[in-house]
Design a protein around this ligand. Structure first.
Ligand SMILES: Cc1cc2nc3c(=O)[nH]c(=O)nc-3n(C[C@H](O)[C@H](O)[C@H](O)COP(=O)(O)OP(=O)(O)OC[C@H]3O[C@@H](n4cnc5c(N)ncnc54)[C@H](O)[C@@H]3O)c2cc1C
Length: 411
């Protein structure tokens, strides 16, 4: 039987961030992931990417992997241009207006994972196990020193004082702990692809809201962009079935001519979209983080960013408990983490549901108020600044690892 202070189930971006933070605090950690280890090669066509905000950048700096990510491939975006296809009303956010060098960075998920795995292997004695799904959990006894036993497929067990469920939207651990979730299927899929554009993106992230779903074009290196095209599933047109020329033609029709003509680079992938919020972030010596705790519509690029803040808040809470001589898996300690993060994540989930409803509506009064809201948000500077701060991840009760370093300029 293996033993550790903390076992992280799930080695995605959030699970690995949690592992790096815990290892940095001196905890003994084991990570068990169902999938193979992430790999990344500069010659690869960029795969899945995320828009990472400044709070996440700071966390990645804090755990010592940001330089490796920059040396790999990361594209800063210095502006964000968002418009309503119906009315043409628009809002534009600018890094210069916010007093920051960039609003965020578009980074490949695999590169983030590889940078964290390298850091862990080179600097800490962390047990990292791949292709070992957890399929059983035996809760701890009531006493303060109790341990949870996890069963790996194949029969081996891991015993630890705290288990972190970072096993994604369809979390096995959430189900094993009997924690329900408030779920909503958006009846939409997001088609993701890398594109070459004939006009430069000028380090701007673009998003158009159409009645059938938002289309985002995120800047990559050179003249490449990452497309996230969210579409109602009931739509009679299967975007994956179209050939490359038809697909690009349809896209240009909906997105417009800002980036000129587009060409597909590599494959298209499709992801079902929904929203989910776990009814509790806690079980017996168990804490849920990232997509295991919440899933949001990708239209604001928030999911991974919120998950990173969960990881930082959990580790900060647990480290403070240890320093105060308290049990790291005790209910009162984990409850503090839940109180910190659940409300904040709930606001984001509800805001994204609201956006989706308002932008999907063709009702005349809703269309008018949508247009008015765009004009007000773009014209009233304090409101625009507030929205920008939210997108930057500089607003709210941030964990220490996500806050600016003393020497960093505070806008
Ligand atoms: C189209 C799209 C675009 C997005 N764009 C953005 C964006 O721009 N910015 C942003 O912040 N977010 C974005 N997101 C959201 C973001 O991708 C997720 O929030 C984030 O990847 C969640 O990370 P995670 O580590 O919590 O979960 P996951 O990445 O799902 O990782 C879960 C891990 O758990 C492992 N696992 C599963 N079951 C088990 C088990 N039983 N035992 C052991 N291991 C297990 C899996 O192998 C996996 O490695 C987007 C999402 C989509 C769908």
């Amino acid at each position: 039987m293996k033993t550790a202070d903390v076992t992280i189930v799930g080695g995605g971006m959030v699970g690995l961030a949690c592992t790096c933070l815990l290892a940095r605090e001196g905890f003994e950690v084991i990570v068990a992931d169902a999938g193979p280890a992430a790999s990344w090669d500069p010659a690869d066509i960029p795969g899945r990417v995320s828009a990472l905000n400044l709070a996440t950048k700071r966390l990645l700096e804090h755990v010592g992997v940001w330089d490796a990510i920059l040396e790999g491939r990361a594209t800063p975006y210095r502006a964000m241009s968002v418009w309503d296809s119906d009315s043409g009303a628009r809002i534009r956010f600018d890094a210069a207006e916010e007093g920051v060098p960039a609003l965020g960075y578009i980074v490949e998920n695999a590169l983030v994972a590889v940078a964290m795995l390298e850091r862990l292997r080179q600097n800490y004695r962390v047990g990292i196990h791949h292709e070992v799904p957890i399929d059983g959990m035996e809760p701890a006894d009531g006493d303060a020193d109790g341990v949870v036993r996890l069963r790996l497929r194949g029969g081996e067990t891991i015993a630890s004082r705290l288990v972190v469920a970072a096993d994604g939207a369809r979390s096995t651990l959430r189900a094993l702990a009997g924690i329900g979730a408030d779920e909503q299927d958006f009846h939409q899929d997001a088609v993701v692809a890398t594109l070459e554009t004939s006009r430069p993106h000028v380090q701007t992230a673009y998003q158009v809201f159409t009645p059938r779903g938002p289309i985002a074009m995120l800047p990559l290196q050179g003249n490449q962009c990452s497309l996230v095209w969210s579409r109602d599933r009931a739509d009679d047109e299967d975007l994956l079935a179209l050939d490359a020329a038809e697909f690009c033609g349809r896209l240009e029709g909906h997105f417009g001519s800002r980036l000129g003509s587009v060409g597909l680079v590599g494959d298209r992938l499709s992801f079902p979209l929904g929203s989910r919020h776990a009814e509790s972030y806690l079980g017996n010596r168990l804490a849920l983080v990232g997509d295991a705790a919440h899933t949001v519509h990708p239209l604001a690029g928030l999911g991974a960013n919120l998950g990173m803040q969960d990881a930082a808040a959990l580790v900060e809470t647990v480290a403070a408990a240890r320093d105060a001589g308290k049990g790291i898996g005790s209910h009162s300690v984990l409850r503090r983490y839940e109180r910190w993060r659940r409300g904040e994540n709930g606001i984001a989930i509800n805001a994204m549901k609201g956006f989706k409803r308002v932008f999907g509506s063709t009702l005349e009064p809703v269309r008018h108020s949508r247009e008015a809201a765009f004009r007000v948000a773009d014209g009233v500077m304090p409101l625009k600044h507030w929205l920008a701060q939210y997108a930057l991840g500089t607003r709210g009760d941030l964990p220490m690892a996500c806050r600016p370093a003393i020497e960093e300029e505070i806008p």
